[in-house]
Design a protein around this ligand. Structure first.
Ligand code: ADP
Ligand code: MG
Length: 731
């Protein structure tokens, strides 16, 4: 179908929009609000989505107000023209199933296209006019002779829906785009050489997509996104454009990863097979496949002469600590020191105990640096770190800042999500950096990992160690409370232990986050405040859980006091621990299998999942019961429902991403936030993955993108991301 328009023989990519056919100064002003300045911009005004016409219908299947497509032959056509501007054109379209009428008001030119015996495919919404179905102003397409599709073929035009602005209608943009695409798309520079498009198509097809063997070139892709001929045509076009956008971003990130590390020096800590096996023999269990794989990757990283910068993510209980211990022992075997920073003292002490136990009969010297050390002891430890008399130092992060190491080879940061993003330590030592291993139990959605964390390498432990008990999650109404406390008593009678988590320390404290609550003065909670940890503790101890040994733990307690309570609980001398989310991070008490979360609506999905991780450590089945504040049943809360139904931390992270939208998650972090025009990080995560892998491989082989045919792609990378990523020409 072609639109009536003047000849555009002088049209070029840079023609200002106001000179485009049918535009003019007034419209041009409106179009500029959409960022359109020259003809080329319209080619890159990507549709928000497309409207697919329904498949062809028989007359008998038509119904009032239901969109339909009808294919047939024009058996009668009449232009009823009285005064100019008041014409009516009507035609009868007929096929084996019957006939319909089509009507156009004030569009006399239709009579020239829709002539007697022309075959057409019309799409629109019919209404009954007398005894006949009538389509007013349908979309239509002339079906060429011998080209009539068979009955099942999807029919009709796929229509692009553009972003709009005031005074500009969908049909205006469609009418504008069509001739430009047909005439100008062929003049664009192709930035993706064919071999690259072939490789991309191969990788995308291997990832389960259904694409042609080569991704379309730029002009076909633009035609396919503005004027798709079929769904497959549209998919191929869209994929090509999304891929290009993501590839450009990933090339920039890969170049940056490279430039960050290639300037830095780190000790090369090679790990021979003998050393490796000697280390692995220390672990009292069979490693999971993921653990082995990640250890190999880390050993490879640490053998290089520039710093490892790796994020290890794994759900709670996936066994990240063992991987960290492995890496630390590789450093020690390479005659360097290693340090592990934990977000809380409780956790630091737990790691220290684990290491002491595992390395009891070895010569590795381990130290602990934490707040509760006396001044003399601290001085002594700091001195030993400086002189190299300690091989491994565990501590809370704050305490390890500013401490001078003799020869630091590796720095492990545990539970990185607790620290926020800007926690890179600079522990330089004569121009040599340590290797970094950062661990997080908050799974990052894949798309976020590949964009925001684009400049770190990423490893994932997905597999859980064998023999883990299942966890059951319940969303409980208020009426559950009595039943739940009896259930807790039964489990305790069987020898298990329980957690009760409250969101607040006192009534005024809205957060249960340790760091924050520590800053807030304690207040005497009123007894009826069920969600404060104090009142909950008092109520349970004297009420439903009377007779059990109940302990209390929260962030405002002194460090040694907290430590004391944790140890008592870990040793089984307490049955129930009433706590704030202090227990969230990393605590390992396999015998604790039941947990009540009070005020569950106040917690984020990631936090809930962390909490649940506390009761899925042992071999017994875990039980988590979520209560909420307020009168609404917990089932009304979409997040809680997802939490109940999803055990996998990665799926939860994806769900959280979906529920909150990328805006919240993406925030304003640096690397990936340059505006994406066509890619959707959530929808296009597979394409993102392929773009990332290809970019990485490419930059590994050709760091400066100097190989033939990549000039235009390279300048696009630098144009879009040059400033953003601190890449200048030749970086
Ligand atoms: P997280 O990834 O949450 O930090 P941890 O490293 O604390 O997990 O491991 C959780 C528990 O699983 C620990 O008690 C640890 O000793 C145990 N564990 C780790 N790896 C294995 C394994 N391969 N087989 C059995 N148990 C394991
Ligand atoms: Mg851990």
């Amino acid at each position: 179908m072609s639109e009536p328009s003047s000849s555009e023989s002088t049209l070029t990519l840079t023609t200002p929009i106001q000179y485009l056919p049918g535009v003019g100064p007034a419209r041009a002003t409106k179009l500029r609000k959409l960022g359109l300045r020259i003809a080329r911009d319209i080619l890159f005004l990507f549709p928000r989505n497309h409207t697919f016409p329904p498949p062809p219908t028989k007359v008998a299947d038509l119904s009032e107000g239901e969109p339909a497509t009808f294919i047939g032959t024009i058996t009668d056509a009449e232009l009823m023209s009285r005064t100019p501007g008041k014409s009516i054109f009507a035609a009868i379209v007929e096929n084996d199933s019957g006939a319909v009428r089509i009507v156009f008001f004030n569009q006399p030119f239709r009579a020239e296209q829709l002539t007697f015996e022309t075959q057409v495919r019309i799409s629109g919404t019919p209404k009954l006019a007398g005894l006949r179905w009538e389509f007013t102003h349908p979309q239509y397409e002339i079906v060429q002779e011998g080209e009539l599709p068979d009955e099942d073929a999807p029919g009709g035009l796929i229509l692009a829906n553009y972003p709009l602005t005031e005074g500009i209608k969908q049909s205006d943009l469609r009418r504008l785009a069509r001739p430009l695409v047909n005439e100008l798309a062929g003049q664009l520079t192709e930035v993706l050489p064919e071999r690259l498009r072939t490789e991309a198509a191969q990788r995308l097809n291997a990832a389960g997509m259904e694409l042609p063997d080569v991704l379309p070139g730029i002009s076909d892709a633009l035609r396919g996104i503005h004027l798709p001929e079929s769904e497959a045509d549209l998919t191929a076009a869209q994929t090509r454009l999304v891929f290009q956008e993501l590839l450009v971003m990933q090339l920039a990130l890969a170049m940056r990863r490279r430039s960050l590390t290639s300037e830095l020096r780190a000790p090369s800590l090679e790990c021979s097979a003998t050393v490796r096996n000697r280390i692995l023999r220390r672990f009292p269990f069979e490693l999971t496949g993921d653990q082995r794989r990640v250890m190999d990757v880390i050993a490879g990283d640490m053998a290089r002469q520039f710093p490892m910068n790796r994020l290890l993510q794994g759900d709670v209980g996936s066994g990240k600590t063992v991987v960290a211990i492995f890496a630390m022992l590789v450093a020690v075997a390479g005659e360097h020191q290693a340090t592990l920073m934990a977000p809380t003292e409780v956790l630091a002490r737990q790691h220290y105990a684990t290491l002491k136990r595992m390395l009891a009969d070895s010569r590795v010297r381990i130290g602990l640096l934490c707040g509760s050390l006396g001044a003399a002891e601290r001085r002594d430890t700091v001195e030993k770190i400086r002189t190299g008399e300690l091989d491994i130092v565990i501590g809370t992060q704050a305490l390890l800042y500013g401490v001078e190491f003799h020869r630091l080879g590796l720095c492990v940061i545990d539970e990185q999500h607790k620290f926020g993003v800007k926690q890179r330590v600079t522990l330089r030592d004569g121009g040599v950096d340590p290797h970094y291993l950062v661990m997080s139990a908050t799974p990052i959605p894949r798309s976020v990992a590949m964009t925001q964390f684009g400049d770190v390498d990423l490893s994932t432990l997905r597999e859980k160690p064998a023999g883990r008990g299942a966890v059951h999650t319940y969303l409980a109404g208020d009426s559950w409370r009595d039943r739940w406390w009896s259930f807790v008593k039964e489990r305790v009678a069987e020898g298990r232990q329980a957690f009760v988590v409250a969101p607040r320390v006192g009534p005024e404290v809205e957060t249960a986050d340790e760091e924050l609550s520590e800053l807030i003065d304690p207040a005497e909670p009123p007894a009826e405040d069920i969600t404060s940890v104090h009142s909950t503790y008092e109520q349970l101890r004297t009420g439903p859980l009377k007779g059990l040994r109940v302990g209390l733990l929260h962030g405002r307690m002194a460090s040694d006091e907290k430590q004391q309570v944790m140890e008592t609980f870990a040793e089984g001398e307490l049955d129930v621990l009433v706590s704030t989310t202090v227990i969230e991070v990393g605590i390992d008490v396999p015998n604790a299998t039941v947990m009540a979360i009070l005020g569950g609506n106040r917690f984020g999905l990631a936090q809930l999942h962390q909490l649940r991780g506390r009761v899925s450590r042992g071999t017994h089945a875990g039980h988590v019961c979520v209560f909420v504040d307020g009168d609404k049943p917990p089932q009304d809360d979409e997040r809680l429902k997802v939490f109940e139904q999803t055990l996998d931390g990665f799926e939860l992270a994806e769900a959280d991403f979906r529920l909150r939208g990328p805006g919240d998650v993406l925030g304003q972090r640096q690397s990936g936030d340059a505006r994406l025009r066509i890619a959707d990080l959530h929808r296009d995560v597979e394409i993102l993955q392929v773009a990332r892998e290809m970019a990485q491989d490419w930059i590994d082989q050709d760091p400066e993108m100097e190989s033939e045919g990549l000039e235009d792609l390279k300048s696009q990378v630098l144009r879009r991301y040059g400033n953003h990523l601190d890449l200048s020409d030749g970086a």
